[in-house]
Ligand binder design. Sequence first.
Ligand code: ADE
Length: 228
Amino acid sequence: MRVDIITVLPELLDGPFSASILKRAQEKGLAEIHIHNLRDYSTQKQKSVDDYAFGGGAGMVMTMEPIDNCISALKANRDYDEIIYMTPDGEELDQGMSNNLSLKGNLMILCGHYKGIDERAREAYITKEISIGSYVLSGGELAAAVLTDSIIRLLPGVLNDETSALSDSYQDNLLAPPVYTRPAEYKGMKVPAILISGDLKKIELWRHEKSLERTKTRRPDLYKKYSE
Ligand code: ADE
């Protein structure tokens, strides 16, 4: 999979992609992540990428020209399955959306800033608008990093244990059960006996029950979907 991310703050994206699972996915050749500085596509003096909003009001708006130049340049080299705009008024990201996007080949992600991008750019180029939650971030970069991480960890071969993404919370509309590791007793706090019983069938049942319990109390909305 290839992900092209367009941003006015490329340095914000250095960290998330250069450590741990996302780093390994790139080293293994399973994912390519390319960061593009939108300012490089501005023909304005001082490489400006924003301007005042027509009609007045506080806050700047990202202009058409650099966005058009950058997206057109990228599209000239390959076809994109989706051109995504990260925005708080987009469709809310969930596991199902990440699962679907992990099946694609080429994704482009545009990070918004200021008051957002000129509406005409959304209409002309964007195929999908995604929010990572009902709160407003300073820009789309952290949201793009969250989205990219949630997709790339699902690619076959990225996680060491192939089954571990399948047992994540949300994969079946259930939250994951609690987990424990050694020692079996720490300062008087004991691991549930069933987990050290060696009875794999019983352990599986116990985990499922705990998942149900946890989902029912913490996410009744998800539990409703699960039981439908
Ligand atoms: N940009 C600013 N806030 C955001 C959010 N919640 N999701 C996606 N992009 C954003």
